[in-house]
Design a protein around this ligand. Structure first.
Ligand SMILES: Nc1ncnc2c1ncn2[C@@H]1O[C@H](COP(=O)(O)OP(=O)(O)O)[C@@H](O)[C@H]1O
Ligand SMILES: [Mg+2]
Length: 141
């Protein structure tokens, strides 16, 4: 049914669940799987918190590596090849843009991410993707 699936990976437990679901769907449909990690500056950096450039670049490397490592082990366990893509910017906009560029026919995200706050039903990234994506979106809880 699906030909190309994009899944958002911020390295959180919920994103890992989303990757598992996306991988199972892609495997069953013989679809291409793209796992996207979007680097974005921590909000505190915008308001002038004293991040040294070196700290930021190390934090970026560590965040990317841990997210990609988690994705890699899911794909290996499920037995499917996936393309790991790294982007920068607003996570929702970057994922929607990627899905458009790649002509993806499904976006999969977790309902929560790294910034999980219990009182919210949906995280801001997944909510923005549900609202603005051009293709179907599956939110994994
Ligand atoms: N930086 C990111 N890169 C890739 N995917 C992301 C990113 N941030 C969030 N996502 C996707 O969106 C889902 C929900 O996260 P989010 O909406 O940011 O929730 P929260 O507000 O709890 O952090 C994640 O499980 C992941 O699938
Ligand atoms: Mg988040």
């Amino acid at each position: 049914m699906f030909k190309r699936v994009v899944v958002g990976n911020d390295g959180s437990d919920n994103a890992v669940q989303a990757i598992e679901t996306a991988a199972e769907i892609a495997k069953a449909d013989n679809a291409e799987l793209i796992v996207a990690h979007v680097w974005h500056l921590p909000a505190t950096a915008y308001i002038g918190a004293p991040y040294a450039p070196l700290d930021l670049s190390r934090q970026m490397d560590e965040t990317k590596k841990s997210a990609n490592d988690r994705a890699g082990s899911v794909l290996e366990r499920i037995g499917i090849e996936g393309r790991l893509v790294e982007l920068e910017g607003n996570p929702a906009d970057a994922i929607i843009g990627l899905a458009d560029d790649e002509e993806a026919d499904l976006i999969v995200v977790g309902s929560r991410g790294l910034g999980a706050v219990e009182r919210f039903v949906l995280g801001s990234t997944s909510e923005r993707i549900v609202r603005h994506a051009a293709c179907p979106v599956l939110v994994v809880r």
